[in-house]
Design a protein around this ligand. Structure first.
Ligand SMILES: Cc1cc2nc3c(=O)[nH]c(=O)nc-3n(C[C@H](O)[C@H](O)[C@H](O)COP(=O)(O)OP(=O)(O)OC[C@H]3O[C@@H](n4cnc5c(N)ncnc54)[C@H](O)[C@@H]3O)c2cc1C
Ligand SMILES: NC(=O)c1ccc[n+]([C@@H]2O[C@H](COP(=O)([O-])OP(=O)(O)OC[C@H]3O[C@@H](n4cnc5c(N)ncnc54)[C@H](OP(=O)(O)O)[C@@H]3O)[C@@H](O)[C@H]2O)c1
Length: 303
């Protein structure tokens, strides 16, 4: 049975094996990876899927004897190690025993031939302690039912004018996907991306964010990007948390645009306490939660 926030250790339907084709490491506890996109797999920018991982599908655990000592599931797995991956017959059901599933936002564009994910590493985390070791050629399970309503379609009123995308950490992922669609640049007049990380090393995707408008939104909405680094005393840019920037009025000053009940759509994604504090800050200046299409604020909590 699925637990809070879609976490569980089983997946009951539509799990397909996908292959890791690229891994990018941003920092010791932060990485992105691309996997093959199954034929016919569709999603809307902003949605998430459920990924399944098992040590036996990762070369690291199949080859590293020390690693086997710290993961009980790899014991006695030699016969079905990574060499076996990817060779299942198309019609053979996948044995899900021992797989750990977690929800992950898609960071890539719906137009891309691959699917990209952006992941934190929690050293003691059941899922990410394994993801930390993925390499090109490894495999994961992808549950091909996409979930979630952090999508542009949820907004009806107010009409699209300004889109504020406020993220902490890996909460950036769904916003990257949204920004990698042509629609968003055509629908809005202004798009503001605010992205808060603990350190400048953990501010991932900087080069991609710099070029995103010229690739997807040439001649489209005006774009403002505000990176925030909260735990580096000598960081030259903005260091305050997102809710504080809203309450002090500094956010609208830095961006040069008001947060406004009549014209702002605001999406929040990442740390649940940030989501909660930011919601309260936005409500205190008159914005409302989006319900049945109406209202300003839409959210996604990551844990
Ligand atoms: C809708 C949805 C979408 C998600 N999308 C992503 C995504 O794109 N990328 C991603 O890395 N995670 C994402 N997550 C979180 C992800 O599902 C797992 O929680 C995460 O992979 C950690 O799994 P774990 O088993 O290692 O540790 P867990 O036992 O799941 O988590 C342990 C603790 O780690 C912390 N934590 C969990 N996730 C994060 C995170 N992303 N950033 C910082 N701290 C965290 C929390 O304190 C949590 O209690 C998403 C969660 C939800 C509900
Ligand atoms: N990032 C690391 O160095 C590191 C290292 C090892 C393990 N981990 C694991 O990863 C998890 C944290 O990952 P993370 O750094 O990506 O996520 P995070 O703790 O959510 O921090 C990401 C950003 O969100 C900000 N933030 C946190 N709470 C907020 C709030 N209430 N309002 C506004 N902003 C808020 C942080 O600011 P503040 O800095 O002000 O909190 C930071 O800028 C931890 O649970 C830990 O187990 C992280």
């Amino acid at each position: 049975m699925m637990q809070k926030n879609g976490q569980d250790n089983m997946s009951d339907d539509k799990s397909i094996r996908v292959k890791v084709i690229e891994v990018t490491r941003w920092a010791p506890t932060l990485l992105s990876f691309k996997v093959t996109r199954p034929d016919g797999f569709k999603f809307t920018a902003g949605q998430f899927v459920r990924l399944g991982i098992h040590g036996k599908d990762l070369q690291y655990f199949a080859q590293n004897h020390d690693a086997k000592l710290i993961t009980s599931e790899t014991q006695g797995d030699e016969a079905q190690g990574h060499e076996a991956q990817g060779h299942e017959a198309q019609d053979k059901p996948i044995d899900l025993d021992g797989y750990v599933f977690r929800p992950y936002s898609v960071a890539s564009s719906p137009y891309d031939e691959f699917i990209e994910f952006f992941s934190v590493v929690i050293p003691e985390g059941e899922f990410t302690s394994k993801v930390n070791h993925i390499q090109v050629g490894d495999s994961l399970l992808l549950n091909t039912t996409p979930f979630g309503y952090l999508t542009l379609a949820r907004y009806q009123l107010p009409l699209p004018n300004d889109l504020w995308l406020l993220a902490t950490g890996t909460g950036l992922a769904p916003f990257l996907s949204i920004l990698k669609t042509i629609d968003v640049w055509q629908q809005y007049q202004r798009i503001i991306l605010v992205y808060s990380a603990r350190t400048s090393q953990e501010l991932a995707y900087q080069a991609q964010i710099s070029s995103i408008k010229s690739i997807y939104g040439d001649n489209g909405a005006a774009f403002v990007f505000l990176p925030i680094v909260t735990r580096e005393a000598d960081y030259a840019g903005e260091k305050a948390r997102i809710p504080n920037l809203i309450l002090s009025g500094k956010l609208t000053e830095l961006v040069g645009q008001k947060l406004d009940k009549e014209r702002s759509h605001v999406m929040l994604c990442g740390n649940p306490q940030m989501v909660e504090d930011t919601k309260e800050a936005l409500k205190s200046i008159g914005l409302t939660m989006n319900r049945r299409g109406e209202g300003n604020i839409a959210v996604e909590n990551y844990w």
